[in-house]
Ligand binder design. Structure first.
Ligand SMILES: [Zn+2]
Length: 160
């Protein structure tokens, strides 16, 4: 229970304009889009870094210690607009989590971004490099959520 921060209101992230702007513009405040993000990592120190960086960008963050715990949260109805997950974790790794979410019709629309600190793995698998900075992380979240929005919301997507 200590890993959750309450339910995320549905529609929290939608209608953003900030997606179309570069990272510098995001930092000016107006147009900054807030998202709800589930961070999945078995390392407490890594979770803390992600939470701190994401909250600094104004996002709402919840955490899970591995893929199985993340899946439990999602199936309980605590749906973020983006899931950022590590690859190597006990019980259920990031790829397994991604597949399990993709197979669940209630969850399949949630973008799962699998991140790794392992360069080789980032070349040889769908996992991406872990972001190096708060800005890079924010840009990743903004971009990931545009995929989410594309499924049901075309507001503003074509006029730039
Ligand atoms: Zn969002």
């Amino acid at each position: 229970m200590e890993y959750q921060r309450g339910p995320v209101p549905s529609g929290y992230c939608h209608g953003a304009r900030g997606l179309l702007l570069g990272p510098a513009a995001l930092w000016k405040g107006s147009g900054l889009k807030r998202h709800s993000i589930l961070v999945v990592d078995d390392e407490a120190s890594v979770r803390s870094l992600f939470v701190e960086a994401l909250e600094e960008s104004g996002h709402r963050v919840s955490v899970a210690v591995d893929g199985a715990a993340a899946l439990d949260q999602l199936r309980d109805g605590r749906l973020p607009c983006v899931v950022l997950t590590d690859v190597r974790m006990p019980r259920m790794d990031g790829f397994e989590l991604s597949r399990a979410v993709g197979r669940d019709p209630q969850l399949a629309s949630i973008p799962i971004v699998v991140l790794t600190g392992d360069r080789i793995l980032s070349f040889s698998s769908p996992a991406r490099d872990k972001p190096f900075s708060v800005m890079e992380l924010d840009a990743l979240v903004q971009a990931s959520c545009s995929l989410h929005r594309a499924s049901g919301d075309d507001d503003g997507a074509a006029d730039n």
